[in-house]
Design a protein around this ligand. Structure first.
Ligand SMILES: [Zn+2]
Ligand SMILES: [Zn+2]
Ligand SMILES: [Zn+2]
Length: 306
């Protein structure tokens, strides 16, 4: 059995010297299928729908260091997806970047502790508000006390490099999203050639955009690849829940705002899919409609070189 230590990235001949990003999760916090759901979406034989894990990215830096965006409880399966894509079993990440503290974005943090990985000094990059929640949650504070993690608070709107020679930088930008536990940031990963936006959660385009259109906003941020909130296809997806309590722009609204993809547009991938979202099924009418307009649905294992 090979362990990450045996399987060092630099010793395997896999090219170091590029930044590789792998999509490790594309579901909303509950995952797909979602526990407790008795409806068709989660109760039928999986058929053509893929299992989906809470949103996460794996990044391998030019220096062979490993970094993740979000800490999901499905890290075990996600490391397998990452391994398939990069050809080696990933090492314990040097750093993890957290956007906010809703369940699926943070609930895997405990896996770094003694009971599982026994990690040492994994840097958790986060906002001041996320750091407060981490320090005030006994189970997470214990990880700090054990030395498994060290939090590092970022400066708002200031790019930083997780390691000196990783070849990419991280720019957090604050976006409105129900903040009962902490604030929320979208993350821009800037590589040598391309910039990627990771924005799984936001409340509404009117609050997020400081431009007239999504296009102008993405262009101003110089985004080449955008992974954006695709939680719900339409507003009638959860008939028994008040959608005002869980606001997200619907994919329908986003498509109306975007229209058809132009040659000059960035690649846009929808993710953070709720279990009720027909985009979970690759051949649904809605998946077809979205792709006919030129846009994409993110899948676990998608990868990008920046
Ligand atoms: Zn979420
Ligand atoms: Zn369901
Ligand atoms: Zn959230």
């Amino acid at each position: 059995m090979l362990t990450p230590r045996d399987y060092d990235y630099k010793l395997t001949g896999t090219p170091v010297g590029e930044v590789r990003i792998t999509v490790l999760g594309t579901a909303q916090d509950g995952g797909f299928p979602q526990p407790g759901c008795r409806k068709e979406c989660c109760n039928e034989e999986p058929g053509e729908a893929l299992e989906r894990y809470p949103v996460s990215l794996g990044i391998v830096g030019e220096d062979g260091t490993y970094h993740m965006i979000e800490a999901s409880r499905m890290m075990g399966k996600q490391f397998r997806i990452w391994q398939k894509e990069i050809g080696v079993y990933p090492s314990t990440p040097t750093s993890i970047i957290l956007t906010h503290t809703h369940l699926g974005h943070i609930d895997g943090l405990g896996l770094l502790g003694k009971e599982v990985m026994g990690a040492k000094g994994v840097i958790i990059h986060c906002s001041k508000s996320v750091n407060e929640l981490v320090e005030n949650t006994p189970a997470y504070l214990e990880l700090i006390n054990q030395g498994a993690i060290k939090t590092r608070i970022w400066d708002q709107d200031t790019a930083f490099q997780p390691t000196k020679d990783c070849g990419f930088s991280i720019s957090p930008i604050q976006v409105p999203h129900r903040s009962e536990l902490s604030d929320n940031h979208a993350i821009i990963i800037q590589g040598n050639d391309k910039n990627l936006l990771f924005m799984p959660d936001h409340d509404s385009w009117t609050e997020t955009l400081n431009h007239q259109t999504i296009r102008e906003w993405l262009s101003d941020l110089e985004i080449d690849i955008a992974l954006i909130d695709g939680t719900f296809w339409s507003s009638d997806e959860l008939p028994h829940r008040d959608m005002k309590e869980i606001p997200h722009p619907t994919v329908q609204e986003t498509l109306e705002r975007l229209g058809r993809k132009l040659d000059s547009d960035p690649e846009i991938f929808f993710f953070h899919l709720n279990h009720t979202n027909p985009l979970c099924y690759p051949t649904s009418e809605q998946s077809m409609e979205l792709q006919e307009l030129g846009w994409s649905i993110a899948n676990e294992g998608d990868s990008f070189r920046l």
